[in-house]
Design a protein. Structure first.
Lengths: 348, 348
DNA sequence: TCTGCGATAGAAAGCGCTTTCCATCGAGGA
DNA sequence: TCCTCGATGGAAAGCGCTTTCTATCGCAGA
């Protein structure tokens, strides 16, 4: 059978209690004893039984990272950063690191709740929710309740790129300043002289979509420029490709298209190119997020940079408890306009 | 305190054993009793204690998915596919799904081993290792030993995109046919008339790097064309960018560059463009993997498509045990040449 | 020499489930 | 009418650890 702590104890001629103490390092053990135990662990190739340990200690080493779409580099970059921050935090119980596990919700509230329950079951040490959420009242309250339950069970909850739950001011939250970013982007376009701007937005009823759209509209309103056509779709290239046809159909004289994110922008560019339209000569295109491939698009994408890596690291540290959340509500992560070749003065 | 199974039992006026049986659904329980229990669960908002359950049952719902770089869509796509296959497998113990968790090794053997130990601790139901590995003998034997231990403890082990451990023929393995893919790609280039082909390879000592390089060389050898310069680097755009300078320095008359993957190819294109070289007029460029952005590169990337999604799903099912591995050794996943605009006849 | 205290280590009581035996009950067969 | 058997549910023994409570030992202080 598998080696248990008792086997190690027998071999090292000490009690199970002592082995446990050596392994967890939270109690004085004489150096010679410690060494004897460690040797026995080694010789028997002992591996701690996680469930037993978690049961007795009433917590586990698990840190859950929930993302909307793991295949999207936007989340991949953040998750990767968080995971390394969590890994280096090291020295949890069980003599080891925390196990950062990323769970792919696919943006579905139901799956999100399922994962949250599973994590609650495992008595996770912390949970990080990455990315915007659906703005459905039912989902919002269900999630809020679940998060509250997790928190009161001792699980640290961190929101990263998702607005904080209205009622609850004490779970750590990092929010991206999508509004200002989007606003700057549209101001840039207006500054270049664009007056007919189409918008290929993200999925409906999502916080991120709404905030970016609000920033866009704010810039338009401030400049007294009427809003152009808006189309909603997924955060993928296909959506951008299809949105472009729709946008152009609604206003053939568009001189610029703002996309929900860089991936969507790629689809927009493809559709434009296919119609023989020059970028930015005929139509300027802008993205959002500044994903790695954006600089290599042709022309390179004007976009809004979000410090994804930094935000991920910060979220990871908040989850580990190695850094404290700011006192006064959520922490805002700034967005920075990056102007490149895909936007220029309108020709017509 | 938290609600336990005993509380539910008391409320439903049955024994804890009955509650457990209702929850796990592996024993006949009268409909009326079941309903009473379920109602109690609901009313008390009971959540199973995972560690306790795993301890008693000696297995858990966890399925670990180890990837080399979660920020790379190559892994993101596979992991996402595997995760959904695992999710839909549903109905594990605890009345619920399996929890697919992805762990980012960063390609480091040490972290890989750490995660494997952590997963072993948690008594994971299965483990999927995605992507090539370092070809270091020490690492190879250490990993092989660890995997053997996991397997004998009842954890299902699946290799996806990694060659099987030599000695061990009974862990399921999906291997990408990188060799043939690379060979086809180079044959395509040779067919176009290229005779001086540079190669921007992946990291040294990695299986994937070696296999792709072997395919490339096989094509060259078969055609009696001398091998051009080769440079090794990471799987990122930066590496491609830098490799290009090096490659061109070693042979200024290169008419084609094959990249380790699509991301690297993007860097190659950027460097070429910066030098005023036309693609494919002056230099043809080819990638590998056919990641989503490749079709939107300008010109669109000629590449080798790997059915990442399909492989991920298959790996997930193998891990769930809903599908059986083929009897005779590893399963080969075919690679398909995709010709697009970035390769053409050499001008000079 | 005696007392007391710090440093260590052991005993044992759980942690909250699962599961193997058993016990019980009602119905149908002889 | 008695017995057997299937269906259902309870009792209780762990699963392998952590941790509180004690016990022991050696040494410094009086």
């Amino acid at each position: 059978m598998t080696v248990t702590l008792a086997d190690v104890a027998a071999r090292a001629r000490v009690s199970p209690a002592t082995v446990s103490r050596v392994l967890n390092g939270n109690y004085p053990v004489a150096a010679s004893t410690r060494e004897r135990v460690l040797r026995a662990v080694d010789e028997l190739d002992y591996v701690l039984n996680g469930p037993a340990s978690s049961l007795a200690a009433a917590t586990s080493d698990l840190v859950g990272v929930l993302v909307n779409d793991i295949a999207d580099p936007f989340f991949g970059i953040m998750a990767s950063a968080a995971q390394s921050a969590i890994g280096e935090g090291a020295a949890g119980r069980g003599g080891g690191e925390k196990l950062a596990v990323v769970c792919n919700t696919g943006g579905s509230p139901a799956r999100e709740l399922t994962y949250l329950t599973l994590l609650q079951r495992q008595r996770a040490a912390a949970v990080i929710l990455m990315g915007g959420s659906l703005e459905d009242p039912e989902h919002l309250t269900a999630t809020a309740a679940k998060l509250a339950r997790l928190a009161e069970a001792g699980t640290r909850v961190v929101l990263c790129g998702r607005p904080p739950v209205p009622g609850d001011a004490n779970t750590a939250a990092l929010v991206f300043d999508n509004r200002t970013g989007a606003r700057r982007l549209t101001e840039h376009l207006l500054g270049l002289g664009h007056r007919r701007i189409g918008y290929a937005a993200g999925p409906a009823d999502r916080t991120t979509t709404r905030h970016r759209l609000e920033g866009h509209r704010a810039a338009l309103t401030a400049a007294g420029v009427p809003e152009g056509p808006t189309v909603r779709g997924a955060y993928d290239r296909q959506a951008g490709y299809e949105a472009t046809a729709e946008l152009l159909a609604r206003d053939p004289d568009l001189t610029a298209i703002v996309a929900a994110n860089d991936t969507v922008a790629l689809g927009v560019c493809a559709a434009l190119r296919e119609r023989g339209l020059d970028i930015p000569g005929d139509v300027s295109v802008a993205g959002f997020d500044d994903l790695p491939f954006s600089v290599d698009a042709v022309p390179a994408l004007t976009t809004v940079r979000l410090p994804l890596h930094g935000a991920g690291v910060r979220a990871g540290r908040l989850a580990m408890g190695t850094e404290e959340p700011p006192a006064g509500g959520p922490e805002t992560v700034p967005a920075e306009l990056v102007v490149r070749g895909s936007t220029g003065r309108p020709r017509r």
